[in-house]
Design a protein around this ligand. Structure first.
Ligand code: FO1
Length: 314
């Protein structure tokens, strides 16, 4: 079986590619939930929704989040009523948040709710919240601690991030489904999501690093940084202000001892020796994903190259 670790938009694209390349019952996607927050009393899980909508083929192709063609009548009315409508929630998107919040209040787990929504949307692979426990990414800019969505959306990522903490992470438990998926995995793919705030929370969950390090699976990561830049979002600046290199090598260093193979873009081919020096194999290809065919090609290529890499263990 194949297990993918994913966060927002970039990760969702490769996850969609994997869904086209792997038998659905053999694919599980472990998704970051540390971006989750409450708004107007609703529990919003942006990364779960981005992965769900992308795999359902209904994601907004321009933003990567929200539903394609969605209207914003409810949000406009909330504005008229005096609400600050800083977080753009579409009318169909509201349905997801209403149902999720109602089901959580009825005592269902985020894992169970996500499985139900996936089935309702015709998604066959398993979309697994990393945990059912509350975890909140907090960023530490010079101006003082900000909740993730305040940093990311309200303040448009303008702040330099000098620190990141995941509130609740120490008490957060892997779900049984995540534990089972990781233990049955033959291939583990770390998708090209933000290594700090999308993949970071998943790796920070108690037990995940140990399970990855001990796993017999071939573990492969795809760099989210190409030619020093993130294709979308603040990962490049965040790496720099946190003292890492904003490069494929800089990301590889964060995944040291957790991956056997690191996939980088052709533009970063010169970094191969530096990444190999970190103890991982390197595969160089075109990692820029435009449409669905790009996503499936990259997914197939990633899976094919893992076939040639035995799981090297110290
Ligand atoms: N990101 C924005 O930059 N602006 C928004 O207005 C916005 C709304 C939004 C609504 C639903 C949803 O699921 C995601 C949304 N996002 C928005 C993205 C969100 O901030 C995610 O946390 C990022 O994609 C990072 O994972």
């Amino acid at each position: 079986s194949v297990v993918a670790l994913a966060g927002g938009v970039g990760g969702a694209k490769l996850a969609q590619g994997l869904a086209g390349a792997v038998d659905p019952e053999r694919l599980s996607i472990i998704v970051n939930t540390a971006d989750d927050f409450r708004l107007w009393g609703l529990h919003i899980s942006p990364d779960l929704d981005t992965v769900m909508y992308t795999l359902a083929g209904i994601a907004n192709p321009v933003t990567g989040w929200g539903i394609a063609g969605d209207s914003f009548a409810a949000l406009d009315m909330l504005g008229r009523l005096g609400e600050d409508a800083w977080f753009r929630v579409g009318d169909q998107d509201f349905a997801t948040h209403i149902r999720r919040t109602s089901a959580l209040q009825a005592g269902r787990s985020l894992t169970d709710i996500t499985a139900g929504m996936s089935t309702a949307l015709g998604i066959e692979p398993s979309i697994l919240p990393m945990t059912d426990s509350p975890v909140s990414t907090m960023v530490e800019p010079p101006a003082g601690t900000l909740a993730f969505q305040d940093y990311f959306v309200a303040r448009r990522q303008q702040d330099d991030v000098l620190g990141v903490t995941f509130e609740g992470i120490d008490g957060a438990a892997l779900t049984d489904d995540v534990t089972a998926a990781l233990s049955q995995a033959r291939i583990i793919v770390i998708c090209p999501s933000n290594p700090i705030v999308s993949i970071g929370p998943i790796l920070a969950l108690p037990g995940v690093r140990a399970r990855l390090a001990a796993s017999p699976a071939v573990r492969v990561a795809v760099s989210p940084i190409v030619a020093g830049k993130a294709l979308k979002g603040p990962a490049d600046r965040m790496l720099t202000t946190l003292g890492h290199d904003s490069s494929a090598t800089g990301v590889a260093a964060l995944y040291r001892d957790l991956v056997d193979l690191f996939v980088i873009d052709s533009q970063d081919a010169a970094e191969r020796p530096a990444i190999e020096a970190l103890g991982m194999r390197v595969h160089v290809t075109d990692t820029i994903m435009g449409g669905l065919d790009d996503r499936e090609r990259l997914a197939r290529e990633v899976l094919d190259v893992t076939a040639g890499v035995e799981a090297v263990r110290p």
